[in-house]
Structure formats: structure tokens, C-alpha cells
Design a protein around this ligand. Structure first.
Ligand code: TYD
Length: 142
């Protein structure tokens, strides 16, 4: 682990298999990635200056890898924020449940690969920041 931001949110450096031919990284469920992988999606042809995300998930775990180019992901647990630069395929960001995230500064060649623990489910999204804050603050008190 490179840096632990919040419970369920940390930046990792993947083990790399490097030889004269190049580099290879393997991501395995319940080994490199601490959840079973149900879905893979990737963001590409990212338009300059555009921002994405602006939500949290109630239960979903995700693992984000900028496999080409670079982008920034802001993570927020309702108390603190961290701005993380993903500029190497060797980096993996674990985004667990109840972490608000915003993605920006996509380089034109960027490809952001995301492994997710569940199928797409709009009901798992929290897209309203105030609702997210109310939920995390309530959970912290409980
Ligand atoms: P959206 O949630 O707006 O993306 P972001 O979080 O990056 O801002 O998703 C864009 C569209 O893609 C929206 O219509 C939902 C759809 N979508 C899927 O069908 N499956 C998926 O796994 C994801 C992540 C999005």
C-alpha cells in the first residue's frame, strides 16, 4: 500500500512482472483486489476539461487503474478530501462504499479501467452530496 486515505479507500502499487519484453500486471479477485469482480468498465476518449463521477456508492467496491495517460480522482469521506493523481498503470485506487469521488484532469490519451464488485445498479448510487453527508454523519454517530 502506498497511502491509506479512509477505511476502504487506499492507493496501492501493483506487483509488476517486468522483463526485457516489457511489463505485465495481473489483478486477481480476493488477491490483488479485495473483492469478487462482477463488472469491468473503462472510460476512454475522455474529453479535455470534462469531469465525471460526483457520487458515492452505498455498497459497491471499485478498483480504479489509469492504464494509459493520467487523471485525478478526488476522494471524500464526508470529513476530509484527498486529491489523487493516477499517472501509472502500476497504481490502483481502492474505492470502497460511502466514498464520494470526483474524476477530472483526464489526459487525452487516458484510459481509466475500473473493476467493480457488483453489476450496474442505479439504486446503489448517491448522487446528491448533501444526502451523502447526512448518511455518513448519521453512520458515524451510530
Ligand atoms: P455515469 O454514472 O454518468 O458515469 P460517471 O460516474 O463516470 O460520471 O454513467 C454514464 C452512463 O453509463 C450512464 O448512462 C450509466 C451507464 N453505465 C452503465 O450502463 N454501466 C456501468 O457500469 C456504468 C459505470 C455506467
Amino acid at each position: 500500500m502506498i497511502e491509506d486515505f479512509f477505511p476502504g479507500c487506499a492507493l496501492y502499487r501493483h506487483p509488476v512482472h517486468a522483463d526485457p519484453r516489457g511489463k505485465l500486471i495481473a489483478l486477481e479477485q480476493m488477491r490483488t483486489v479485495p473483492f469478487d469482480i462482477a463488472r469491468v468498465y473503462y472510460l476512454f476518449a475522455n474529453a479535455t476539461g470534462q469531469e465525471r463521477g460526483f457520487h458515492a456508492h452505498r455498497a459497491l467496491h471499485q478498483w480504479a487503474v489509469c492504464v494509459s495517460g493520467s487523471c485525478r480522482i478526488l476522494v471524500d469521506d464526508g470529513r476530509k478530501r484527498h486529491d489523487i493523481l493516477l499517472d501509472s498503470p502500476e497504481l490502483g485506487l481502492h474505492l470502497g462504499p460511502m466514498i464520494w469521488h470526483e474524476m477530472r484532469d483526464f489526459s487525452p490519451d487516458s484510459v481509466l479501467l475500473v473493476l467493480a464488485s457488483a453489476h450496474y445498479d442505479e439504486a446503489d448510487y448517491l448522487r446528491d452530496y448533501d444526502e451523502f453527508l447526512a448518511l455518513v454523519r448519521h453512520e458515524t454517530r451510530a
